[in-house]
Design a binder for this molecule. Sequence first.
Ligand SMILES: Cc1ncc(COP(=O)(O)O)c(C=O)c1O
Length: 363
Amino acid sequence: MLNAVDVENMVRSGLRHMKAYTPVDPVEVLTKRATAKKDKTAKLDGNENPYGCSPRVQKALSSYREFNRYPDPDQREVRRALARYTGANPHTIVAGAGSDDLIDIVLRLFIEPGDKVINCPPTFGMYPFCTTITGGSVVSIPRKNDFSLDMPSIRKAVDDRTKIIFIASPNNPSGNQVPESEVRDLLNLDMIVVVDEAYVEFSGSSLTSMVSRHANLIVLRTFSKWAGIAGLRAGYGICPLNIVPYMMKIKQPYNINLAAQVAILESLNDIDYLQKTVKAMVAERNILFKSLQQFKWLRPYPSAANFILCAVLDRSARDVYLELQKRGIFIRYFDMPELQDYIRISVGKPEDTPAVIAALQDM
Ligand SMILES: Cc1ncc(COP(=O)(O)O)c(C=O)c1O
């Protein structure tokens, strides 16, 4: 009979020592580490929408009566509504449980053991995480000091095992966008280019219209950031027409659950409301950026998303993070080779900015 060690030894060797993904903790857990009460805290670590979802989503979910049924595996209504929102052909759209799900589907579809995936850190950790789980090999081409892509090194790295490059635009955590001309150059390099537009509603310039003209371009989007339904998991990809049937075939059949379906449809029925919250967050981002510039020991980077990255110049980013956490202000800090001593602050409501600034002034 197998014992516990035998079973543990059966874990795929490539996964035994892989680094875990660092997710954000729920506010109840974070609050236990703070001296402030939950209603006095500011959760600025997940790039979420602090205004919440559309009231129409809330109402539709509480009155929905069909949760005993399985959702539509072909996502018909959702794909039609997404097509109206994006202007894309519904047959080029695949929806998923957050854009994380789409990252996973794309990798499972194309990557065989040993195939290479180019990752440009610092960036979203899910790309190397899902690549490793799929059995692909991560080729890391760090960004330049200003967080733009190192195009010559990317060109040099592409070989006949390279299948995919992931580019977040705006990039998390740096907030900068990739110029369209660079995406065009990447598209000429004989690999699939996945442009992750998770924050595009805050930047205003999307590449979705390029998908129909490029056989190797996939654009990923999400409802987690602008539409305030991160907890319901709703994302989608706009993909080459001939690839979509494969993606639909290999995805989990019911990956858009009924609550997410209701929330997507009602969010898209209430775009004016959601755009107002996006506008408020963009205005607040600009206020936060200016306020952060007053600190000699911080260097904030301009952002096209709903967060701001700051280099911490003469102290430890971890200490800043811990001090803010004590006061009930939850942010992210980074201490890794490509990002030593940086903090990232998500844009909150107007009352959150003075709270952050006052806490930083006390340090
Ligand atoms: C660049 C980027 N892409 C994708 C995601 C994941 O979004 P979703 O909640 O849709 O899985 C995030 C979340 O932080 C992100 O920063």
